[in-house]
Ligand binder design. Structure first.
Ligand SMILES: *Cc1c(COP(=O)(O)O)cnc(C)c1O
Length: 348
């Protein structure tokens, strides 16, 4: 006999990418930023700790909301903060999708969405991307029990983008909220933030883990119309962001010069990685994120992943049943990418 709810007992649970806690690997498997965060973040954490942590933080992380409002050009009450953007995705799923109702996601994309549906006892519908990573018409289909649609944009593992005008059309056709997961948007040429004013159905989530080099901190946020933010607020934990992370994230957004410089470096190295992989015979997808998706026409991906790991290079082997497998490689430093490409050349 199990003490767990039947649907929890039956589900597998989300398995995050490997996180070895020593520094022996060149780590290109979970899309972390290879460069350290802005020095102003470190100062903010030190100062906050020195001032003392005996009091609860602001429940809405107001300091961050005001900084983000300034940087993004939206009012502060259009922003809700989370303990990483995964927390935002959890809050949205709990807010909109009940037992037996339906959550839609594209496939292949972020595996966590399906896990979130399972936790709610909800159904999930995976709609396959077209071969060119565009969305089929079925993604906009209306069904009675559809309550929430997730769209990672740029998508993972492909790094591809659905153009904002198509995202708006999609939202207009859907009967429910559309959460555009922009974890990688800072590396892309387009984003959907402006659409939030055009449709109350559009929610845009962002993460500080990747583009701000703060995966170890846990901070994300969502932008939506204030009625939506007010509803989501009822569902979140009272103090879902701690004082140190609020101070750090506020400082991070305050240093846009750091972001611009970091983004330029990552985008340049992404080009080096894509070109290098193509030279080795991989079909590497043009990416607008800080990783690329690579399939070799002859060499199976799993042994390649294993050989690279033996050589101290960790990339992400992804196997999507019904779709196929491949290697997702995060954009590291130029030096890390050159070593990865050299090792792959030797293995092939
Ligand atoms: C990394 C990632 C997230 C989670 O980001 P956190 O802010 O670290 O929780 C969300 N969505 C996608 C598609 C991601 O790749």
């Amino acid at each position: 006999m199990s003490y767990f709810r039947a649907k929890i007992e039956a589900m597998a649970g989300y398995v995050p990418g490997e996180q070895p806690q020593d520094d022996q690997f060149i780590k290109l498997n979970t899309n972390e930023n290879p460069y350290p965060c802005s020095p102003s973040v470190v100062r903010a954490v030190e100062e906050t700790a020195r001032r003392g942590l005996q009091k609860y933080p602001h429940p809405m992380a107001q300091a961050f909301r005001e900084q983000a409002a300034d940087v993004l050009g939206v009012p502060a009450d259009w922003i809700l903060c989370g303990n990483g953007s995964d927390d935002i995705l959890t809050i949205a799923t709990r807010s909109f999708v009940g037992d037996g109702e339906l959550l839609r996601l594209p496939y292949p994309s972020y595996i966590l969405y399906k896990t979130l549906a399972q936790l709610q006892g909800a159904k999930s519908e995976e709609v396959f991307f077209e071969q060119d990573w565009s969305l089929p018409d079925a993604f906009a289909a209306t069904t009675d029990d559809l309550r929430l649609v997730f769209l990672p944009n740029p998508n993972s593992p492909s790094g591809t983008v659905v153009p904002p005008e198509q995202v708006l059309q999609l939202a207009q056709r859907l009967p429910c909220p559309l959460l555009v997961d922009e974890a990688y948007a800072d590396f892309a040429e387009v984003h959907c933030l402006d659409l939030v004013t055009k449709s109350e159905k559009i929610l845009v989530s962002r993460s500080l883990s990747k583009s701000y080099a703060l995966a170890g901190l846990r901070f994300g946020y969502v932008v939506a119309q204030p009625e939506i933010i007010a509803g989501l607020t009822k569902v979140k934990d009272s103090y879902n962001c701690d004082a140190l992370s609020i101070a750090a994230a506020t400082a991070a957004l305050g240093d846009q010069a750091w972001l611009a410089e970091n983004r330029a470096r990552i985008v340049a190295t992404r080009q080096r990685l894509t070109a290098g992989m193509r030279k080795l015979g991989f079909a590497a997808v043009d990416s607008q994120a800080n990783f690329t998706w690579n399939v070799h026409p002859e060499q199976p991906a799993k042994p390649l992943y294993g050989r690279l790991k033996q050589d101290g290079i960790l990339v992400r082997y992804m196997d999507y049943p019904g779709w196929g497998d491949g290697l997702r490689i995060s954009v590291g430093t130029d030096e890390q990418i050159d070593i990865c490409l050299e090792r792959l050349a030797a293995i092939l």
